[in-house]
Design a protein around this ligand. Structure first.
Ligand SMILES: C[S@@+](CC[C@H](N)C(=O)[O-])C[C@H]1O[C@@H](n2cnc3c(N)ncnc32)[C@H](O)[C@@H]1O
Length: 239
């Protein structure tokens, strides 16, 4: 089966948003199973690390943006944080069994007042967004001063051997597993989508420009995944 992703060129703007929505609507029913298989369950560990490093007290109100099937919402609720699940794809939200309130929205335009939220998490979606600096500005708008963010996404390992193994696995093995168990086009998009991500240095600089301080970028599992955590600065920090 071919799809809008079966092209060498990377889609942009509204075309990308619509293609992402269709893709996740299509793979939603099998998304969790495929995630566990292709990551050897490392994805579970990465989300737990993100929640730990978010380091917000119980009772905090956190938006899980691009929440998908709600895995991060489940981990947030386990530590007593109150998550709200927000995603573009109705299919993914329908598969969300976290019990968190669910909102269908484009996370580049959050239906939330300024400085009204204690924290934001976002798992494995940065590369799917049409405009990453706009997303950073938007979370800078809604998170209160002193609030925290934790953003996860895939990464390109720095070690050349791990990078080579990773490119063979995601370039050749994962698309075959995807075709067998879910949607081949979606899992062919996965390795290509990494090209959308700016360098860690650029993302850290963009987060600082969006009003975040103490920005920490970490490579997890040898650089298979990256995690960025930061604190929303207060007006005093910015003086
Ligand atoms: C790879 S899934 C990650 C889901 C979940 N966060 C996780 O950790 O498994 C990416 C999610 O991003 C969502 N997404 C992509 N672009 C979006 C946008 N502009 N607004 C809201 N959600 C978006 C997709 O619908 C999909 O559910």
């Amino acid at each position: 089966m071919t799809s809008e992703w079966d092209t060498e060129e990377l889609l942009e703007g509204d075309e990308k948003v619509e293609a992402v929505r269709h893709m996740f609507d299509a793979i939603a029913p099998k998304y969790d199973r495929l995630n566990r298989i292709i990551s050897f369950r490392l994805d579970v560990r990465w989300r737990k690390r993100a929640v730990r490093d978010l380091a917000l007290p119980a009772g905090s109100r956190v938006l899980d943006l691009a929440s998908g099937t709600g895995d991060l919402c489940i981990d947030l609720a386990r530590v007593g944080v109150r998550p709200i699940s927000m995603d573009l794809s109705f299919g993914m939200l329908s598969a969300d069994r976290s019990g968190a309130p669910r909102v269908q929205t484009d996370i580049l335009r959050l239906p939330v007042p300024d400085a009204s939220i204690d924290g934001v998490t976002c798992g494995f979606a940065l590369r799917n967004l049409a405009d990453l600096p706009t997303f950073f500005d938007e979370i800078g708008r809604v998170v209160r001063p002193g609030g925290r963010i934790a953003l996860l996404d895939v990464s390109v390992p720095r070690n050349p051997v791990i990078r080579w193994g990773n490119s063979i696995y995601f370039g050749h093995v994962v698309p075959r597993i995807g075709a067998l168990l879910s949607d081949g086009a979606a899992y062919r998009y996965l390795p290509k989508s990494v090209a959308y991500l700016p360098s860690p240095e650029t993302m850290v600089a963009d987060l600082r420009s969006a009003g975040f301080t103490d920005v920490v970028h970490s490579q997890l599992s040898g650089g298979l995944t990256q995690l960025m955590v930061a604190t929303r600065s207060s007006p005093v920090d910015r003086d």
